[in-house]
Ligand binder design. Structure first.
Ligand code: ADP
Ligand code: ZN
Length: 715
């Protein structure tokens, strides 16, 4: 990129997003686009793909079209973009024909820089005609693996993309993006979109803030309950393989006092939307779901993703698990492995209407997924190897890298189990084997004369459940395999035969205990609830206001001034304008109430030269000082001038003081007829969707401040 263009891109990154530097790959991709080269970006989820087309969209003369299959995500993406000051919209099947025409019209008028469109649109010739008449500078193909039959999510409509591109004049730049591309898929995409191999930019797949864990041979329900109790204040997703299992887990957790949402294809779409919205808006911390959930959410503060069952391949696993920690904060990905579940996935592949060749391919992928559950080395390295990423050092944080549990020699017990299975001629399932070993008086055991076996009651000092779990452990450790029949029987593997001969020992580690995800700064919760309120007022999701990462950094830096706050990652000009003052006054209040902590964090040296104004503990909070000046008869402009703060800060202070019960008459702050008009609008359209629709329905000169005042005189 020319130095000039690079400076411009950096400036835009800072101004709109509040970030200082590009992440790996972003700059290279942006350079390619600005120089008109067709290119492809392969970056992990959360790697920052969106910025690769969003920044160019601001620099290119024409429109940027983004083709994306994630219809339910579009509205959020557009909200986020408008939040950071990039005019954009979307066109998909949720809109009426008039709405589509209206948007197309505005596209012609160059009112947008960026437009998301669903691939199905490309099937409509009339739509293509309209697009052809626009100046399109860039076509970004998101989730580009959908173009490939070898991908895990092939969408036939995607094949229309090359046709669309070839019809555009002048020829636009092209960018394909995906998080999961095996070499075959990459080739397919490059072929279809005419991208040269040299212009494929692949960053590492590693997600450094994720720690991977596999739990096997343990009571999953108990573990899950414990985990959720310990991490009650964090947001997470639990994936199960079937609707039935989602229902079961959901009621199990509810019965145990853990509130969760649920989401699967068997629910009505309005039920699903409601659940999803609650989750995104932080009203529900945990969602139990099938893999139908998640494609449409961009929520960045998901702290853990737990797979209750093995997913079908590493691609899906990494994509689903990767929904944790998009904001870059430390997050956990847990897989609760139980060998029976492999059969569910086999069944699903079997029942699918894929060709024999593709079924074969899917079985291979499932095998790689199973191997992940059995590997004893670094889990992150395993995944990276799978995607052909260069071998790296062990991650140092996954379940294997950090495993310091003591091991116990259980060879003797294992031999008892194996010889019992052998005596039962490898014709029975887990329950029967456990019953025989514990000497159960079960009728069936007697009828089949299994109580005559020498192994009957060999482990009678153990409970049947304990023995069952031990069998699970041995299965997960590949000493026992399960037949593929509808009634799975236990069979011994070669490894078990070595154990029986005394050539191999069996070790078992102590059970894993769930750990707590790091506790947050005391200010964090306060900022989080302020964020919820601000989001509600703006009619957007909390994470769109600021990410958890930004909140954490605010807690560490405790900024006092605009300049200090702008130095926090994720705070751009537009965001500061919308929310800065309220956040700053919350922080100043916190510092007042916790002088101890304020001093600790003050070790941080602000990047501005001017010494930050610090209040001593005895001093009045800033907003109260403002309200006092107001009550003494000064008007808002006078206060702003006197205190050297902006008018909007004064307004924020007064609203806050009123919130806290300071008696100020709203009529003294705004025109009475205006307030009446606002109140009428509130009565008409309500407040359920936040303040944004209200603001839009009112004349332009009405400010948010006046709307908030009107809400106060309403009660
Ligand atoms: P992807 O689409 O690759 O999954 P996103 O584009 O949603 O990832 O980005 C993930 C997160 O990383 C977002 O919160 C985004 O704002 C943030 N991000 C992107 N680029 C940067 C950067 N250069 N510096 C800091 N954060 C970034
Ligand atoms: Zn590791």
């Amino acid at each position: 990129m020319s130095i000039r263009a690079m400076t411009k891109a950096n400036h835009l990154l800072h101004q709109h997003y509040g970030y200082d530097t590009f992440r790996p790959g972003q700059e290279e991709i942006i350079t390619n686009i600005l120089q008109g080269r067709r290119s492809m970006g392969i970056m992990p989820t959360g790697g920052g793909k969106s910025i690769c087309y969003q920044i160019p969209s601001l620099m290119l003369p024409g429109l940027t079209l983004v083709i994306s299959p994630l219809i339910s995500l579009m509205k959020d993406q557009v909200d986020e973009l408008n939040e950071v000051g990039i005019p954009s919209t979307f066109i998909n099947s949720t809109l009426s024909a008039e709405e589509v025409n209206e948007r197309l019209h505005l596209m012609k008028e160059r009112k947008y820089k960026l437009v998301y469109i669903a691939p199905e649109r490309l099937d409509a010739p009339s739509f293509l005609q309209q697009i052809k008449r626009l100046e399109v500078s860039l076509v970004a193909v998101d989730e580009a693996h959908c173009l490939s039959q070898w991908g895990h999510d092939f969408r036939p409509s995607y094949l229309k993309t090359p046709g669309l591109i070839s019809e555009l004049f002048p020829e636009p730049a092209v960018l394909a993006l995906t998080a999961t591309a095996t070499p075959e898929v990459t080739l397919d995409i490059c072929d279809a979109l005419n991208i040269e191999e040299d212009n494929v930019v692949q960053t590492g797949f590693a997600r450094e803030n994720l720690s991977f864990h596999v739990l096997k041979g343990q009571d999953r329900d108990a573990y899950l309950k414990d985990y959720l109790n310990r991490n009650a204040s964090h947001s997470g997703i639990i994936y199960a393989a079937t609707r039935k299992e989602v229902e079961r887990l959901h009621s199990f957790l509810e019965q145990n006092g853990v509130q969760t949402g649920k989401y699967h294809g068997g629910m009505t779409s309005s039920e699903r939307d409601e659940m999803q919205e609650k989750f995104v808006y932080d009203q529900l911390q945990v969602m139990v779901a099938t893999n139908a959930f998640g494609m449409g959410i961009n929520k960045s503060n998901v702290r853990f993703v737990i797979h209750y069952q093995i997913p079908r391949n590493i691609e899906s696993y990494y994509q689903e698990a990767g929904r944790a920690g998009r904001d870059g904060e430390e997050s956990e990905c847990l897989l609760l492995f139980s060998p029976q579940d492999i059969r569910i996935q086999q069944f699903l592949i079997d029942q699918s209407n894929l060709s024999e060749q593709r079924k074969e391919n899917e079985y291979k992928k499932l095998q790689a997924m199973t191997n992940y559950c059995h590997t004893e080395s670094c889990l992150q390295t395993y995944i990276l190897d799978y995607f052909g990423d260069e071998a790296s050092n062990p991650c140092g944080k996954c379940g294997h890298c950090t495993d310091e549990r003591e091991t116990e020699d259980v060879t003797r017990e294992a031999q008892m189990v194996f010889s019992c299975i052998k005596r039962m001629r490898e014709r029975f399932g887990k329950t029967m084997v456990a019953q025989v070993l514990t000497g159960s008086g079960n009728k069936k055991v007697k009828e089949l004369s299994l109580d005559k076996l020498p192994t009957f009651g060999l482990m009678k000092e153990r409970s049947q459940k304990e023995v069952s779990q031990f069998i699970d452990y041995l299965t997960a450790s590949q000493f026992i395999s399960m037949s593929d029949s509808s009634y799975p029987v236990l069979q011994l593997t070669e490894r078990a035969l070595y154990v029986l001969k005394g050539d191999l020992t069996v070790e078992r580690k102590k059970e894993k205990q769930p750990v707590e995800i790091a506790p947050s700064h005391p200010l964090f919760e306060q900022l989080r609830s302020l964020r919820s309120r601000l989001a509600k007022e703006a009619g957007i999701a909390p994470y769109m206001v600021f990410s958890d990462k930004t909140l954490n950094e605010l807690c560490l830096k405790l900024p006092d001034t605009k300049a200090e706050m702008l130095s926090v990652k994720g705070v751009g000009e537009q965001k500061f304008e919308n929310y800065g003052e309220e956040i700053l006054s919350e922080i100043s209040r916190f510092k007042n109430e916790h002088p101890e902590l304020a001093r600790n964090s003050a070790q941080y040296t602000p990047p501005v030269q001017r010494p930050a104004k610090k209040r001593s503990p005895g001093e009045k909070a800033s907003h109260l000082e403002t309200s006092e000046l107001f009550l003494q008869g000064n008007n808002m402009e006078e206060i702003a001038a006197h205190r050297e703060i902006t008018l909007s800060t004064v307004q924020g202070h007064l609203l806050k003081a009123m919130d806290e019960g300071v008696e100020i008459n709203p009529m003294e702050l705004a025109d009475e007829t205006k307030l009446k008009m606002i109140q009428e609008k509130i009565a008409e359209i309500g407040l359920e969707n936040g303040l944004k629709p209200l603001k839009e329905a009112l004349p332009e000169e009405i400010s948010y401040f006046e709307i908030k005042l009107a809400m106060k005189c309403g009660g």
